[in-house]
Design a binder for this molecule. Sequence first.
Ligand SMILES: [Zn+2]
Length: 73
Amino acid sequence: MTIKYICPHCRSQFAMLDHPFATEASLGFYSLTPEERTHIISYETNGDITARIACEYCSEALNRHPELAHPLQ
Ligand SMILES: [Zn+2]
């Protein structure tokens, strides 16, 4: 499966992994609450996964300005 990482803040796709045997646990998603999981991970109809995670640039910005942590959806 392919896992696409898309930043919910600037909406850029900053990473894409091809991961033939990926599970949620091996991707580090096990640490998320079920609620976060629904919010962050989407399963595409072709079996791929889209993960909405802040990119490096936006995480940096959020560290400096935590009030920006709620993206406009
Ligand atoms: Zn970003």
